[in-house]
Design a protein around this ligand. Structure first.
Ligand code: EPU
Length: 339
């Protein structure tokens, strides 16, 4: 294939800023490149790493898989239903730029998800969520290229099997699928989603009682800027661990020793714990191991203090997992994909 490149630096393509190199690399700006790839038996047989904004991966020194760096462009309104406006974006569009595009069209629905790093194509992979919203709430459909059949297919929310930071794309059944574009159904009858107390409080503190989508977005942006490091300044991949879910009994036992444990009851009686709180209580906030560290303002975020390798970040993650397991009997599961 003509546009295939070799030994490409991925340092500026991952938000951790790890100096990793790709053995083989393809910048995908047209879906036909994937069809061409699928027709070449030698290339089609290679393991693949689909890279969007690189905001949810931890890369090793070298990536042996063929890197497909998704750059499919475009954001547009594509239709109306009785309840919603349908808006579609290419997988390569920057997520936050797309959120701002919808707001500029006067459409609400994505404002709680403002400033999440990464691309539109990555948003369904882990069903991105923040401040009481997840993309599955406004998801309409997506188009994916299927390396198994060599054809594109349309997938509904049910096909995608969305869960907490989860979807079919993270499981073996989804390994041959590459997201090409995503369509969202943004509601005509918009109402603000202020379930997340910190967001409601931030707006109320500014005297805003009936916010517009834009005002909610501005408030989310302000909160995120206060708590989360900007990858352009400090390498990071957002939350490094998922919030763990434990049984009701386990949570009750922990509460005996730790009355201020942060926990949220789930519909099935299990309890979701705040990983940031657990890490904080193990004393890791603001600490470093080698050139990797725990962000001083949010213990859930691991950072590259400059020049860290993927292995150094992993060593820190393992030390944290060990301490949280020893103290609380809870195994923290990393959120980023390790390559
Ligand atoms: N906490 C501490 N110490 C810390 C960090 C948090 O005690 O160092 C406590 C907080 O006081 C709070 C609780 O832990 O009571 C939860 O913390 P917070 O609301 O800051 O974050 P979270 O709920 O754990 C999730 C998402 C974030 C998302 C926020 C806001 C996950 C793994 N993370 O964090 O997503 O922005 O909610 O909705 O679900 C991301 O995935 O990259 C991400 C940033």
């Amino acid at each position: 294939m003509q546009d295939l490149a070799f030994d490409v630096s991925l340092q500026s393509f991952n938000t951790f800023g790890i100096a990793s190199r790709a053995r083989r690399y393809l910048r995908v700006t047209d879906a036909r490149q994937l069809a061409e790839l699928a027709r070449d038996p030698a290339l089609a047989a290679l393991p693949r790493l689909v890279l969007g904004g690189g905001s949810n991966v931890l890369l090793g020194d070298s990536v042996e898989a063929l890197v497909l760096h998704m750059g499919l462009p475009g954001s547009e309104i594509v239709g109306q239903t009785p309840d919603a406006t349908l808006v579609r974006a290419g997988a390569g569009e920057n997520w936050h730029a797309f959120v701002l595009f919808t707001l500029a069209q006067g459409l609400g629905g994505l404002e709680n998800l403002s400033l999440i790093p990464g691309t539109v194509g990555a948003s369904p992979i882990q069903n991105i969520g923040a401040y009481g919203a997840e993309i599955k709430d406004v998801f309409h459909s997506l188009t994916a290229f299927d390396f198994a059949s060599g054809a594109t297919r349309t997938m509904t929310a049910a096909d995608c099997r969305f869960g907490y930071r989860d979807s079919i794309f993270k499981h073996p059944e989804g390994k041959d699928l590459v997201v090409l574009d995503v369509t969202f159904a943004l509601p005509r009858a918009w109402a603000p989603n202020l379930r997340y107390a910190e967001l409601a409080q931030a707006l109320a503190a500014d005297g805003i009682l009936e916010p517009t989508p834009r005002q909610v977005s501005d408030a989310v942006i302000a909160i995120r800027r206060r708590k989360l490091p900007d990858p352009a300044e400090i390498g990071n991949a957002g939350s490094f661990f998922k919030n763990p879910v434990v049984s009701g009994e386990h949570c009750a036992r922990l509460l005996d020793s730790w009355p201020d444990l942060v926990h949220h009851r789930q519909p099935d009686g299990s309890e979701k714990l705040a990983a940031g709180w657990l890490i904080d209580r193990c004393g890791w906030k603001g600490k470093s191991l080698g050139r990797a560290g725990v962000y001083p303002k949010q213990a859930l975020v691991l950072v590259n203090n400059g020049g860290a390798s993927g292995e150094e970040v992993m060593a820190l993650a393992r030390a944290i997992q060990h301490d949280v397991q020893a103290r609380f009997g809870v195994l923290l599961e990393p959120e980023p994909v390790m390559v």
